[in-house]
Design a protein around this ligand. Structure first.
Ligand code: MG
Length: 385
């Protein structure tokens, strides 16, 4: 018989040590989407990862991550370094309370954007600890719906890639067991977009799952015209046809066209996603856990999306999102990017169009030696046991 009182049986463990690392992951070649072709951004050459490693008095360890592209990495690291001491001595199980505590610690710089992205690295690490301590994968800790989640390839379909190579990349992805192919569109010359999508549909056949992503580069009239033209291509979705914050414009497209509209990856808080859901701006919602502040806000977004009967397709960071996608009621699509693979010792398995949800405890990830070599800045807090 268990004679312990509830307070005695609750966790007495405490956070005693943390390390933050800023790691610059180089990309094999400069990456261009429509934002580069319209002159708004430079080609992407690296990704700035923010890793949080947390250790407790009882010896439990967790790894969390956040990231930024093109700019913001040093800022995320600096903000995370400022708020880190607020976690020392706290119960690692009280994740909701600690998220709120970190948010208040940096309240004057807001509840979205870079401030919450810094929180995200800690939040993911705290969930990793909780799942590891339970001896469960993160998806099992949260309550899994499935053992594998369908996935699609994005990295082969960027705009710097010539058409012949695009076709070869798509075929290679499908042969590898990836379930769908995403093409970047949104070029200044719409005819080129149409030509690439037409060629890909012919190349892969009618049954292939194909998505397109305009990365916010159409104005409303152009989006209207392109969505109408793309209706004939039986696409899985049309992604970010408009500015990420044009809730009304996306809602109008979603209401008019049979092809589902996907958006949400650029939003950086649960509140912003709530507005997207309230205005019915997306058929596929694309939350990004690190970008909106970690697993805690992601779960709030997913709960709202599920209640609104939306489809889900988390953006980027498949190593984290595979676990979160496994818990959603209807089967999401997970974005397969192999870019982050060198950072970890483990690899995700793919079979029959799906990523297998890892069964290792927690996220099932450990930092590689390569990730340590790419680390340009780190800071430690507290003392190690
Ligand atoms: Mg996208």
């Amino acid at each position: 018989m268990n004679t312990r009182t509830p307070s005695e049986s609750s966790s007495q463990d405490r956070i005693q040590w943390m390390r933050l690392s800023s790691c610059l992951l180089p990309l094999a070649q400069p990456i261009s989407d429509a934002k580069v072709l319209t002159g708004r951004q430079k080609p992407m050459t690296e990704i700035a990862m923010l890793f949080a490693e947390i250790e407790t008095r009882d010896g439990h360890r967790g790894l969390g991550m956040s990231y930024s592209k093109r700019a913001g990495g040093p800022g995320q690291f600096a903000h995370a370094s400022e708020i880190a001491p607020t976690l020392l001595g706290e119960d690692p199980s009280d994740i909701q309370r600690l998220w709120t505590r970190m948010c208040w610690a940096g309240a004057s710089v807001g509840r979205s954007g870079l401030a919450v992205q810094s929180i995200g690295a800690f939040d993911v690490a705290l969930y990793d600890i909780k799942a590891r301590r339970a001896g469960l994968s993160l998806s099992k800790l949260l309550g899994s719906q499935r053992d594998a989640v369908r996935c699609y390839n994005t990295s082969g379909g960027f705009l710097h890639t010539p058409l012949d190579q695009l076709k070869r990349n798509a075929s290679a992805s499908l042969e590898r067991g990836i379930g769908g192919i995403k093409l970047k569109v949104g070029q200044p010359d719409c005819a080129q977009d149409i030509a690439r999508v037409t060629a890909m549909r012919e190349h892969l056949g009618d049954a292939a799952a194909i998505m397109v992503d305009a990365n916010q580069q159409w104005d409303r009239p152009t989006a209207q015209r392109m969505c109408r033209i793309f209706e004939a291509f039986n696409l899985v979705w049309i992604e970010e046809p408009l500015d990420a914050y044009d809730y009304e414009g996306h809602a109008a497209l979603a209401a008019q066209f049979d092809t589902p509209i996907a958006t949400g990856e650029m939003l950086t808080s649960a509140a912003e996603h709530g507005e997207l859901i309230r205005q019915r701006s997306a058929d596929f919602l694309m939350p990004d856990g690190p970008r909106l502040g970690g697993i805690t806000p992601f779960l709030k977004v997913a709960a709202q999306a599920e209640a609104a009967h939306l489809n889900l397709a988390p953006h980027f960071a498949m190593e984290l999102h595979i676990h979160l996608a496994a818990t959603y009621a209807s089967e999401p699509w997970v974005e397969h990017f192999d870019w982050l693979e060198p950072l970890f010792n483990e690899r995700l398995e793919i079979a029959d169009g799906r990523i297998i949800v890892p069964t290792r405890p927690g996220l099932g990830l450990s930092l590689s030696e390569q990730a340590r070599r790419w680390t340009c800045q780190s800071a430690e807090f507290g003392t190690r046991g």
